[in-house]
Design a protein around this ligand. Structure first.
Ligand SMILES: [Zn+2]
Length: 243
């Protein structure tokens, strides 16, 4: 019954290794925040584009206002001349009146341009502000995800380190040849080198119903038996209970 005790010891190693595997899988499944980072970068580019468009529209509005101001100044100047009493004759009077009419038309166009520019600038500023707010919210979410990731990653890494120590302790009583065989299978088969045979004769790793003769041989523990489907070392569930 020497093998019975060896398999019992191996079961303890397998139990620890299952926990290590679960922790490693959890680390692999953690959200690193890379998806949010990509989303943030795209949103940042869009926010910058919208901000530049808003700044351009504000500059155009300002230009329009300056032009309107200069037309108004010019009009005042001409009106001042017109009513100053220094106008020499009807020809000059006519010219000044024509100039005022022309300035009036220019003023109308300039006012329309300014009103349109104000609308555009207001819309674009609103869009840029909204994009910035969305970007800020994304940054908050990203930081939260990163913090959760770092926290969970550190906890799982510490857990794995503890389990590795437990693994080393549990592996000591297992004969070298059996342990080497187990570790080889574990490395080759996704971190699981052994399989507990359930009460109904199913392989605990690949969940295939095993041949009853094979289950009996595994229970007899005269020699090491492996799952006929996945090749892992079979340990009857009853062996674990003795540990
Ligand atoms: Zn199997």
């Amino acid at each position: 019954m020497a093998l019975f005790h060896d398999l019992q010891a191996l079961h303890a190693v397998h139990a620890v290794d299952s926990k290590i595997l679960r922790a490693r899988k959890e680390i692999a499944a953690l959200d690193t925040g890379s998806g949010l980072a990509a989303e943030y970068n795209a949103a940042k580019a869009e926010a910058e584009r919208l901000r530049a468009a808003a700044v351009k529209a504000q500059a155009e509005q300002h230009d329009g206002e300056m032009r309107l101001q200069s037309i108004e100044d010019k009009t005042k100047q001409v009106q001042k001349t017109l009513y100053s009493g220094t106008v020499a004759g009807p020809r000059e009077l006519e010219n000044l009146q024509k100039e005022i009419e022309m300035l009036g038309r220019q003023r109308g166009d300039a006012e329309e341009t300014v009103l349109l520019a104000m609308d555009v600038a207001a819309d674009r500023t609103k869009a840029a502000d909204a994009a910035q707010a969305a970007l800020d919210a994304l940054a908050v979410r990203y930081r939260a995800v990163r913090n959760r990731y770092k926290e969970r990653h550190a906890a799982l890494t510490a857990e794995i380190a503890t389990l590795e120590t437990e693994h080393a302790v549990a592996a000591k009583p297992v004969p070298a040849a059996l342990l080497t065989r187990y570790e080889g299978l574990r490395a080759k088969k996704g971190g699981i080198g052994a399989a507990v045979v359930d009460a109904d004769g199913t392989c605990g790793a690949c969940h295939t119903r095993l041949n009853t003769g094979l289950v009996d041989d595994a229970k007899a523990a005269a020699s090491v038996q492996v799952c006929e489907y996945c090749g892992r070392i079979l340990i009857p569930a009853s062996f674990a209970a003795h540990g």
